[in-house]
Design a protein around this ligand. Sequence first.
Ligand code: XLS
Ligand code: CA
Ligand code: CA
Length: 438
Amino acid sequence: MEIFKNVPEIKYEGPESKNPLAFKYYDAEKVVMGKPMKEHLPFAMAWWHNLCATGVDMFGRGVADKSFGAKEGTMEHAKAKVDAGFEFMQKLGIKYFCFHDVDLVPEADDIKETNRRLDEISDYILEKMKGTDIKCLWGTANMFGNPRFMNGAGSSNSADVFAFAAAQVKKALDITVKLGGRGYVFWGGREGYETLLNTDVKFEQENIARLMKMAVEYGRSIGFKGDFYIEPKPKEPMKHQYDFDAATAIGFLKAHGLDKDFKLNIEANHATLAGHTFEHDLRISAINGMLGSIDANQGDMLLGWDTDEFPFDVYTSTMCMYEVLKAGGLTGGFNFDAKNRRPSYTQEDMFMGFILGMDTFALGLIKAAELIEDGRIDEFVKERYSSYYNTEIGKKILNNNTNLKELAEYADSLGKPELPGSGRQEMLEGIVNSVLFK
Ligand code: XLS
Ligand code: CA
Ligand code: CA
């Protein structure tokens, strides 16, 4: 039974098209830098925003009808969401989905019943996957919504809560592996603290690492070959979150010997909440060999919270794709962890959000490829550091073949150095504009 009756299959019509239900830039088969767009951009649908969220906020109840013809809170509804999700992905040509355990089924009072429901729904999803080329990008456990997680999961002060978190991770891994997921995500959720007055930070961080180690051990034992991901976020819901940003998460992974099994899932809105640009956190992940996956959304620079908007800022998507192309792609994909604004509550809006996001990233890909092919930025950066390659003293520094004494003598012989060459920021920004708007 068709659920989105007013929405046809979404096709590429090109930038001149005025059809709101068509792609203007995302042309799945179009080859960019030797690969079709669909391979550069493995897009994913986030179960929670797209199939569950109704627009509830602190001040008002839901406005979007996500019942899909079934009574909410039932297994019929859980299945209706699967039907809706698959029709939605197929109409958009999206090949991946991401989920939390409790996005898939209503959580029961007893974990045994929740797990039974998860078995039932994952059978249903698996059946749906057959005959389509839709796959699971990553799964995760929601360890922040239930009241038991008020003080975190791995970082909880309660050993019983830790055990429940472990049980949820185990089951979410089972389901992820069953559905062939490429990755498994740990977003900190409430892994952080409100006040040091009641918190043993060292104890909590070591316990989070313990939970992650157990996850790696169990995941590998059931045949999970993909990457585990940490998704950094600086704040919200907790005041201090332990996985503040890419650099913090990488330090944590290295300190606990988890860096071989984990990469990062970088969300644009989280990077900007941490006071960074999206591309900064991508670069930090990439240079550490840890750029795994992306949660594609954007925040609002005028608001200090996690607004999870569909991305439309082409400047940022270009800079993102520039980093991704330079890093040689992702092991994961581009998950639209994004929701419609509350007043955009219709089924058509659900599609328009994804069309916007997919077009924004397609345009970013095209423009990033043009920037790389243009070559002026790369050339400039190379030249900017050339004194380390072109001069004797530079080569000695790079080869670890000198010391403070020799460098001090060299400085004495110079008297004073020339000023370093101009950074030419404005010229470079002009190049970006000329490529973006040509
Ligand atoms: C919340 C996070 C969350 C993760 C998955 O801010 O973005 O949705 O992506 O738990
Ligand atoms: Ca996210
Ligand atoms: Ca977010």
